[in-house]
Design a protein around this ligand. Structure first.
Ligand SMILES: [Zn+2]
Length: 380
């Protein structure tokens, strides 16, 4: 087993594999093992207990990305944070949870409007007609907005990526690479099938800054602390168990800035330090049992934003800045092992990571972050 896996990786990665360190190779093997284990349709998530009555459903790597869910078990019911990319994923998660608890879903929280976090909401409405769907006021508006043109654009983009995957499968250099792209094409087409009769589910409870759920088992504090990954991201904190569900404000991948506010995001992250959390269930990647990633990500966003903003002010183009701002120039990547952590998580939880070397992944990620920051600087 380990021999064939090694051969596949060596074959796929070529010189990249030979150049990878032992730690990188271990991470690559873990990513490949997960990719192989994720073939059963009922195993989209690994459910881990984080504290008494709190679970993380960690999304396995899938061609159409799913987000994690945080599950808070109340005295008589459940609160679930985020609803994945598609109705069938929400159904699969609730079926998987039935081995842990038979309590009904009472609250569904959307941390922000992105489709990999709201796509399964209509399925929750079907499974739990009485449930309350909660988001920030801003996020409810953004979900309503994205139900129009943005949704059509996304469907078009997925159609194109299914076509691309089929072409890549036809041009694959190895049987395993072919299998990788064929699975991507097949799952993307199945996803498109789910979207054919899709209708958005809007939150029916919204708040601006704070919402506290007083349950007999524990209090749950829902909070908006400023713009960051989007204009409306919220977190859920359980003071009794010191668990923070942070959505995409803080997770295991490079922060995605495409709809973000890079000048405000670091301040928003630092505001979250008010919560005395010890565990973080982010929107992607594994559970963090430390507080230190919060400050590391804030420092990265600050350094990146400053570099891009000063270059842009001097009239440099995005291409010039992508050449000038690289993993080698960003000091924050080395601080506290943050860059290594991000790469390890990406290799383990991101579907396409297995086809790149760790160095390529990081370089591409920073290129994308520079471009996204460049475009986001004037966002108001
Ligand atoms: Zn996400």
């Amino acid at each position: 087993m380990s021999h064939s896996r090694r051969s596949f990786l060596a074959e796929t990665l070529g010189a990249g594999w030979l150049g990878a360190s032992l730690m990188e190779r271990a991470a690559l093997r873990a990513a490949e093992a997960r990719a192989q284990a994720a073939t059963a349709p009922d195993s989209l998530f690994d459910v881990d207990q984080v504290a008494d009555g709190i679970y993380a459903a960690v999304a396995r790597p899938e061609p159409v990305i799913n987000c994690n869910a945080a599950i808070f078990e109340n005295a008589n019911d459940l609160l679930i944070v985020d609803t994945h990319s598609k109705p069938s994923a929400a159904a699969a998660l609730v079926a998987q949870l039935r081995s842990i608890t038979s309590k009904p879903v009472r609250y569904v929280v959307n941390t922000h409007f992105h489709f990999d976090h709201v796509g399964g909401a209509p399925q929750y409405r079907k499974m739990a007609p009485q449930a309350d769907f909660i988001s920030s006021t801003v996020t409810r508006g953004l979900i309503a907005e994205s139900a129009g043109g943005r949704f059509k654009q996304a469907v078009e983009a997925f159609r194109k990526s299914a076509d691309d995957a089929e072409r890549q499968a036809a041009a694959a250099r190895t049987p395993r690479e072919r299998e990788h792209y064929l699975r991507a094409a097949g799952e993307t087409r199945a996803f498109l099938g789910e979207l054919q009769s899709y209708s958005f589910e809007l939150p029916n409870v919204t708040f601006d800054e704070n919402l506290v759920i007083h349950d007999k088992a524990h209090e749950l504090h829902l909070a908006f602390r400023g713009r960051g990954h989007t204009a409306g991201d919220i977190v859920v904190f359980c003071p009794a168990k010191k668990v923070l569900a942070s959505g995409d404000l803080l997770h295991g991948f490079l922060p995605y800035i495409g709809d973000g506010y890079p000048r405000e995001w670091p301040r928003t992250l630092r505001a979250l330090a008010e919560f005395p959390f010890e565990h973080v269930i982010g929107g992607h990647g594994g559970v963090q049992h430390t507080r230190e990633r919060l400050g590391q990500e804030a420092a990265f966003l600050e350094e990146l934003t400053e570099a891009v903003a000063s270059g842009k002010a001097q009239g440099r183009t995005v291409e010039q800045l992508q050449a000038a701002i690289t993993p080698a120039t960003l000091k924050s990547l080395g601080s506290g092992g943050w860059g290594q952590y991000i790469i390890g998580q990406t290799l383990e939880y991101y579907w396409d990571a297995v086809l790149s070397t760790p160095a390529e992944l990081l370089a591409d990620g920073i290129k994308g972050s520079v471009a996204a920051t460049f475009n986001a600087l004037e966002r108001t």
